[in-house]
Design a protein around this ligand. Structure first.
Ligand SMILES: *[C@@H]1O[C@H](CO)[C@@H](O)[C@H](O)[C@H]1NC(C)=O
Ligand SMILES: *[C@@H]1O[C@H](CO)[C@@H](O)[C@H](O)[C@H]1NC(C)=O
Ligand SMILES: *[C@@H]1O[C@H](CO)[C@@H](O)[C@H](O)[C@H]1NC(C)=O
Ligand SMILES: *[C@@H]1O[C@H](CO)[C@@H](O)[C@H](O)[C@H]1NC(C)=O
Ligand SMILES: *[C@@H]1O[C@H](CO)[C@@H](O)[C@H](O)[C@H]1NC(C)=O
Ligand SMILES: *[C@@H]1O[C@H](CO)[C@@H](O)[C@H](O)[C@H]1NC(C)=O
Ligand SMILES: *[C@@H]1O[C@H](CO)[C@@H](O)[C@H](O)[C@H]1NC(C)=O
Length: 374
C-alpha cells in the first residue's frame, strides 16, 4: 500500500513538472475538463467552485452551489455551509467534541453545539478543518488536478501528522472521479469526504424546485441519532415504501416531510449505509426531469450522508450570478457525502467500522460521479 501511494505521488509530481506552473494563489480557478464536463477548483479548501455539465438541450449549466467571489469561501469557523469543500480530518458531527483512542481522551476544536443544549459541544468537520486550509497543487493537467495538505500533529486537537492528498480527474463521457489518500505518523481517527452541494436545475426560475429531483439510494437502513442530534450505533431498518425508502426512485417531495435533520428541521441530515459498496455499482442516483441532468454515484465508501439544506439560513449566502443572483434559500439544494458512519470514532466496537488509521494503515478512497441526461 505504502509503495502504491508513493508511486501515485511520484507520478503526480512528474505530471506537475512536465505540465503546469505552480499556482500559489489559493483563490485562482483551476480548471479540468473532458468533453461535456468541466470543473473548477480553488486550492483554498480544495474547493469545487463550478461543476458544468450539459442539460437535455445541450446547454451548459453550473450545478454546484457556491460563490462567484472566491473570497466568500473564507467564512468564520462556526458551522456555516462549506459548499463543495474538501472535508477533513473528520466529517460531520463529532459528539461532545471529543473521543478516546488507546486510552487517551482528546478534546477537539469546538465549532458548534448540540441542537438542544448550547452547553454541549460539537466538532463539525474536524474543527478548523481542511476546508479552511490552502492546499498545494502538486499536479494540474487538462483532465486532472492533485492537491496536498499537511496537517500537523495536534491540529484541531487530533493526534498525529497527516499527509493528505486529493486527486480529481474527469473523463468522457461526463465522468468525475475523486481519489483521496493519506498517511499518518500515529493512530488517529480519519474520515475525509467531498462536501457535495448541488441543484440540478442550476436555479433556473422557470423550472420546478429541488422537490422534483428524483432520488435513488441503495440503502434499506439509516443511522439513528439521539436528542442532541449525535449519531448513535443504532442502524434503523427502513420498511419498504416508507418515506425514507429511496430504493425505488421517487421525487424528493414524496419522502421529504420527515424529521430527519433534528429538532425544528424538516427533511434530511441522515446517514444511509449502502447495501453494497463496490465502485462497480451505482449507490446513489439523482436526476431532474426539468433540466434532464442526472448524476450516478459509485463509491468504495460504506454509505452516504443525505442533506436537504434544511439548516441553510435564507438570505445569508449570495447565489452565483448564473443562479439568478439573490440568496440561496433554505431547502433549495441537495447534498451527498461518501464516507463511513457519522461519529464512528465514538462508537468503537459497536459498528462494523471505527475510522481509525495509522502508520501501518494508510487511508484511501475512490468515488465516481457520472453525469448523463434523462
Ligand atoms: C474534554 O472532553 C471530555 C469528554 O467529553 C469532557 O468531559 C471535557 O469537559 C472536555 N474538556 C473540555 C475542556 O472541553
Ligand atoms: C423549536 O421550535 C419551537 C417553536 O418555535 C421553540 O419553542 C423551541 O425552542 C425550538 N427548539 C429548539 C431546540 O430550537
Ligand atoms: C465546551 O467547550 C468550551 C471551549 O470552547 C470549554 O470551555 C467547555 O468546558 C466545554 N464544555 C464541555 C461540557 O465540555
Ligand atoms: C491562504 O492563503 C491566503 C492568500 O495567500 C492567505 O491570506 C491566508 O492566510 C492563507 N490561509 C491559511 C489558513 O493559511
Ligand atoms: C431554463 O429552462 C428552460 C426550460 O425549462 C430552458 O428553455 C432555458 O433555456 C433554461 N435557461 C437556462 C439559463 O438554463
Ligand atoms: C413538481 O412537478 C409537478 C408535476 O410533475 C408539479 O405539479 C409541481 O408543481 C412540481 N413541484 C415543485 C415544487 O416544483
Ligand atoms: C443494490 O445493491 C444490492 C447489493 O449489491 C444489489 O443486489 C442490487 O442490485 C442493488 N440495487 C440496485 C437497484 O442497483
Amino acid at each position: 500500500m505504502k509503495v502504491a501511494l508513493a508511486l501515485l505521488f511520484g507520478a503526480a509530481s512528474c505530471a506537475y513538472a512536465a505540465v503546469a506552473p505552480r499556482a500559489d494563489n489559493p483563490f485562482a480557478d483551476h480548471v479540468i475538463e473532458a468533453g461535456d464536463i468541466k470543473l473548477t477548483f480553488l486550492p483554498y479548501g480544495a474547493t469545487l467552485k463550478n461543476l458544468y455539465v450539459k442539460d437535455r438541450w445541450g446547454q451548459t449549466r453550473d450545478i454546484a452551489v457556491g460563490y462567484d467571489d472566491p473570497e466568500l469561501y473564507v467564512a468564520d469557523t462556526t458551522h456555516t455551509p462549506r459548499f463543495n469543500t474538501q472535508i477533513g480530518r473528520y466529517a460531520d458531527r463529532l459528539a461532545y467534541a471529543s473521543f478516546t483512542l488507546d486510552g487517551v481522551t482528546y478534546n477537539t476544536t469546538v465549532n458548534g453545539h448540540s441542537k438542544v443544549d448550547p452547553n454541549i459541544n460539537v466538532t463539525f468537520h474536524g474543527g478548523i478543518g481542511f476546508d479552511y486550509r490552502n492546499f498545494t497543487v502538486l499536479s494540474h493537467t487538462k483532465k486532472s488536478i492533485t492537491m496536498h495538505y499537511f496537517s500537523p500533529d495536534g491540529e484541531s486537537g487530533f493526534p498525529g501528522d497527516v499527509n493528505f492528498y486529493v486527486s480529481h480527474t474527469v473523463r468522457e463521457p461526463a465522468t468525475w472521479e475523486v481519489k483521496m489518500w493519506a498517511d499518518f505518523s500515529k493512530r488517529t481517527p480519519f474520515m475525509p469526504t467531498t462536501h457535495l452541494y448541488l441543484q440540478l436545475n442550476a436555479y433556473n426560475a422557470s423550472e420546478p424546485s429541488i422537490m422534483n429531483h428524483t432520488l435513488f439510494i441503495n440503502s434499506t437502513s439509516y443511522q439513528a441519532s439521539d436528542i442532541n442530534f449525535f449519531s448513535t450505533a443504532e442502524i434503523v431498518p427502513i420498511p419498504k415504501g416508507a418515506a425514507e425508502d429511496w430504493t425505488t426512485p421517487k421525487q424528493l417531495w414524496e419522502g421529504y416531510f420527515v424529521d430527519q435533520c433534528g429538532v425544528n428541521c424538516t427533511g434530511y441530515d441522515t446517514y444511509f449505509p449502502y447495501l453494497a459498496h463496490t465502485p462497480k455499482q451505482t449507490d446513489t442516483s439523482v436526476w431532474s426531469d426539468a433540466s434532464g441532468i442526472r448524476m450516478d454515484i459509485s463509491t468504495d465508501q460504506i454509505g452516504t450522508a443525505l442533506y436537504t439544506c434544511g439548516e441553510l439560513t435564507s438570505g445569508t449566502c449570495p447565489r452565483k450570478a448564473a443562479h439568478g443572483g439573490g440568496y440561496y434559500d433554505q431547502g433549495s439544494c441537495i447534498f451527498f457525502e461518501q464516507q463511513s458512519y457519522v461519529n464512528a470514532i465514538n462508537l468503537q466496537g459497536e459498528l462494523p467500522d471505527d475510522t481509525i488509521f495509522g502508520p501501518t494503515k494508510p487511508y484511501s478512497s475512490v468515488s465516481t460521479y457520472k453525469f448523463s441526461t434523462v
